[in-house]
Design a protein around this ligand. Structure first.
Ligand SMILES: NC(=O)c1ccc[n+]([C@@H]2O[C@H](COP(=O)([O-])OP(=O)(O)OC[C@H]3O[C@@H](n4cnc5c(N)ncnc54)[C@H](OP(=O)(O)O)[C@@H]3O)[C@@H](O)[C@H]2O)c1
Length: 417
């Protein structure tokens, strides 16, 4: 709250140009202007900065304004793609100073964003631009790389050299060991020296490190589900480490928009198939993080499947318990483990995660059951591969990196039915 009679420059009028509004907020603190009397003007200003702002008292309380000194300008490289455009959609609901300044696309350069992405009409007033990497510093505070692996590591060194922070959707900085990266991605890492500057962007595990990270390596969608399903078991040393099986089902958007035989509609409609058994590229990422939690080497059998739906992942993991335990006990452990996590919902006994409950959201629903006859535990996690599996997680990370409330722009439920 500001002091009532403190002298302040007037805010730009609703008729001001976006440039005038931009200049003003570059040199003034949002915190100084956030009060009851200026609510209307404030909202007009934020709307002019491209985003409609649902501004309820609850959301205002959520915003820690003392940490917000000015708008944080985001540049999204690859904003026309599935995960980049999903980040644009999430940002529409951000209640405070995160704003997209730059959206790049080589294919759609020069076209209005809402022509290419019609669901964003009336929410985003931007035109796709080609990437000019040398001028990023003049335009933005942080760069989100929503581009394929191998491409991200060609851009990151130049972005970091400009003093900018990076959130990378690709796998290029997720693995701590460049040789492991080469083994699984069949290409040499071109900037292995930057791996040590990267933090694996799973807030449920690395929240504090993410706040100060230069590069946030946004986790893969399958790994996020596998890690969140099993983390309480590993953390409490409850399972045999050589017994973990991760059986995952994913919607087709996880494979990106480029048509292939395996994603072509007639091949996928009413059809279910496993793929890349024992050699999917998310395997080393799952093993790296499960090993870090367990404090010992963990190997997993990971079997992904494609299911005939657009979005969503359900990972069902199986492991042998070290000692007899029942479902009630494990539910207590899970509930307590995730009690402060805003996006992990541990389901009640005999309720199992389903993909529709988390569709379009940043939630990950987790369920647990012990098969008492075999003493195997079955831990499940459902998430949206483009939500908690990509863009939602990226926004959660951006909120942490720039001092916003972690849930800003993200607290909405899935789409049922
Ligand atoms: N899909 C998912 O569920 C998911 C989940 C988690 C993580 N990810 C990761 O997120 C990244 C993007 O995946 P996606 O599914 O969103 O892919 P996508 O839909 O193919 O989007 C890729 C974007 O990158 C741009 N691009 C491609 N090559 C480029 C280059 N050399 N320079 C600049 N821009 C380039 C494309 O834009 P133009 O062609 O218009 O230039 C497009 O906008 C990948 O690393 C992927 O592994 C995806």
């Amino acid at each position: 709250m500001v002091e009532k009679d403190k002298k302040r420059d007037p805010m730009p009028s609703p008729n001001a140009t976006p440039e005038e509004i931009g200049e003003f907020w570059d040199t003034h603190s949002l915190a100084d202007y956030w009060d009851e009397t200026h609510e209307v003007e404030f909202n007009v200003n934020l709307k002019s900065r491209q985003f409609l702002t649902p501004n309820t008292p609850d959301q205002k309380q959520d915003v820690d304004m003392s940490k917000i000194k000015k708008m944080t300008k985001i540049g999204i490289v690859g904003a026309s793609g599935y995960s980049g455009s999903e980040l644009l959609r999430f940002l529409v609901n951000h209640p405070s100073g995160l704003s997209v300044e730059l959206a790049t696309s080589e294919t759609y350069a020069g076209q209005r964003v809402d022509r290419v992405l019609p669901h964003l009409r009336d929410f985003i007033d931007l035109t796709f631009e080609p990437l000019d990497i040398d001028i990023l510093k003049e335009r933005v505070d942080v760069v989100v790389l929503a581009v394929p692996h191998k491409v991200a590591m060609t851009y990151t060194p130049q972005i970091v050299a400009q003093g900018l922070r990076v959130v990378d959707f690709s796998a290029d900085y997720r693995l701590y060991d460049a040789d492991t990266y080469s083994d699984w991605y069949h290409v040499e890492h071109t900037s292995p020296e930057l791996i040590q500057n990267a933090v694996y962007g799973l807030p449920e595990r690395y929240r504090e490190k993410i706040r100060d990270a230069q590069i946030v390596a946004n986790p893969g969608c399958y790994p996020t589900s596998a890690i969140l399903a099993t983390m309480p078991l590993l953390n409490n040393r409850l399972i045999e480490l050589d017994s973990i099986i991760v059986d995952s089902k994913s919607g087709i958007s996880g494979a990106g928009p480029k048509p292939k035989d395996t994603t072509h509609y007639p091949n996928r409609e009413a059809n279910l198939v496993a793929y890349n058994i024992g050699k999917h590229r998310h395997t080393p990422e799952i093993e790296q993080e499960l090993s870090a939690i367990a404090g010992q080497n963990v190997t997993v059998t990971f079997t992904p499947h494609l299911v005939p739906m657009t979005r969503g992942i359900l990972s069902t993991t199986y492991a042998r318990l070290k000692q007899p335990l029942d479902t009630d006990t494990l539910l207590e452990i899970y509930t307590s483990f995730y009690q402060n996590e805003p996006f992990i919902r541990v389901l009640d006994k005999e309720f199992y995660p389903q993909t529709k409950s988390v569709l379009g959201s940043n939630f990950c629903d987790v369920g647990i059951e012990v098969d008492e006859r075999t003493q195997r535990v079955v831990a499940m996690a459902a998430l949206d591969n483009l939500g908690k599996g990509a863009a939602g997680a990226a926004l959660q990370n951006l909120n942490l990196m720039f001092g916003y409330n972690e849930t800003d722009g993200l607290k909405s439920p899935g789409l049922m039915p």
